[in-house]
Design a binder for this molecule. Sequence first.
Ligand SMILES: Cc1cc2nc3c(=O)[nH]c(=O)nc-3n(C[C@H](O)[C@H](O)[C@H](O)COP(=O)(O)OP(=O)(O)OC[C@H]3O[C@@H](n4cnc5c(N)ncnc54)[C@H](O)[C@@H]3O)c2cc1C
Length: 509
Amino acid sequence: MSYRVVWFKRDLRLHDHAALHYAAERGPVLCLYVFEPELWQQPDMALQHFQFIRESLRDLYRGARSHGITLQVVHGDVVEILQQLHRQAPFVELVSHEETGNGWTFERDKQVARWCRSAGVVWQEFAQFGVVRRLRNRDAWQRHWQQHMHAARLPLPAVQSLTLPWTPAPLPEGTTFGLNVQDPAHRQRGGRSLGLQVLQDFLQQRSRQYRGGISSPLLAPTACSRLSPYLSYGCLSMREVLQETEIFRASLPETATRHRQGLTGFVSRLHWHCHFIQKLESEPAIEWHNMHRGYDGLRETEWQQQHFDALVNGRTGWPLVDACVAMLNDTGWINFRMRAMLVSVASYPLWLHWRPVGEWLARQFLDYEPGIHWSQMQMQAGTTGINTTRVYNPIKQAQDHDPQGHFVRQWLPYMRKVPDVWLFEPWRMPESLQTSCGLQDKAMPIAPVELETATRLAKQRVHALRRQPEVKAGKQAIVDKHGSRAHRTGTNKGSKSINTTAQQGSFDF
Ligand SMILES: Cc1cc2nc3c(=O)[nH]c(=O)nc-3n(C[C@H](O)[C@H](O)[C@H](O)COP(=O)(O)OP(=O)(O)OC[C@H]3O[C@@H](n4cnc5c(N)ncnc54)[C@H](O)[C@@H]3O)c2cc1C
């Protein structure tokens, strides 16, 4: 019998699923998800990602069953599984969404493509975001994005569902793949059903606080959409999130100014999502190498393990930094501003190369999306060569975003008894006062470097490199390849979507 295999990857939904839609229209379909042991050995993967996928698959399985579709979940090497399946029950096409994953999934996709060619199987892939494969020129990118996002959503098709010719083993546990490291107790749970609830709750209620609320680590957990893991694993389609937002926004009265502005700001982030993923799609090497190769050698040979240990153990001594690490350990999420601050502290005063820091953060972020992650890591570390160097001072960030110390006291028990006057620089507190605050020996971590001096030196080094003629000369090629054209062309003008051109330009792509 002629049939197609729909390979689910980071697209754990049935709705607006181009691959499923295409295959179902052409005949019987076998819906397959493969847990790949080797993927879970990669340094950017963590138990929380695994558990979120598992929860999402459970939800997907139940949803599929109610529509007469059987989702088959197996584990093993994907090429071997396809080979075995093809031997026992030959199929004509493999159908999936395009994936802009990490280096490992990129190589695996090449192997799958090779196998498909050798077996005479056609592999059909569909874009799931506004990210363009084999993009020749960034000039037309915005138009592609608009077209993709405003195309009609694909309904759940009637599926003639097939099952594997063998009985799949039960869903594996994380421990099967050696994933033992802590799963944050209060992380978000997976599944489309929950994703839809989060979306509606955000649109109707929480987006009122989006504008003005997203930078504070205290307000952001509710002011931000919290849709990132549902977008990263495809429980929701990006298109449905954008379109639902536009419909909801249009239904708001003119007087709901703040609410409307919040949603406009949110839509601009949905552009950023694809804009950043496009960088890794167009240049996979930025997962490993500086986007501007003129920055090679800047930090690579000066690795300081004790600086890294202080950071990952939340013992830098800078309360806001350590509180963010504690929150990440407990929830798997922190807002954009605090992510940027963590990378800035790692890259400037602690002078750590972005790659090991990025691997650690990838494991800490439940919403790990390689394209956004590695592009942002480089941007915050100052190695893109095209963005303004942003150095976040953790003391100033605390004064601006946590002036009463609610956040640091929530996450760092030893800060609870520290008097307000010592909140931002508790290490300056006299020892006698530390003792009277009940701080035991070594309860208060000591910063591994003096913040101001180390930051000044780091900035000097980066700026000196930036001024070199060969580094300056390398900049234009990067702007051409990766830079946003929004501020140059104003391409959003007259489009159906909320106009985000100004916001994008001002955020220094
Ligand atoms: C160093 C660093 C690493 C990051 N790594 C990731 C990552 O692995 N996965 C990830 O989804 N986001 C990442 N971000 C971007 C951003 O911090 C998160 O998208 C956001 O905090 C997720 O919360 P939210 O969904 O409530 O955000 P909202 O503010 O509600 O934004 C909605 C959506 O827009 C997209 N988005 C928001 N901000 C950005 C941004 N600055 N760049 C690109 N897309 C954005 C995300 O898909 C997000 O879910 C990173 C940022 C930094 C500084």
